[in-house]
Design a protein around this ligand. Structure first.
Ligand SMILES: [Zn+2]
Length: 63
């Protein structure tokens, strides 16, 4: 999702570190639209990851 959110970031220096500052409402709108269009966009690099699969499916199924 980084490529979608990167254009919204502003780089600022706080003390001795550089921060990336994002407008929360815009990030929420862009992220919500991206997830609605492609639910797997939040998946991590592990193709077998159960946490991501459960999250995309709406959570673990408890028996
Ligand atoms: Zn994962």
């Amino acid at each position: 999702m980084g490529p979608l959110l990167d254009p919204l970031a502003q780089s600022i220096v706080v003390g001795a570190s550089r921060w990336r500052d994002y407008p929360a409402q815009q990030v929420l709108a862009v992220a919500t639209a991206a997830i609605a269009a492609r639910q797997g966009i939040t998946r991590c690099a592990d193709a077998e990851c159960l946490l991501c699969r459960h999250a995309i499916d709406g959570g673990p199924v408890l028996s």
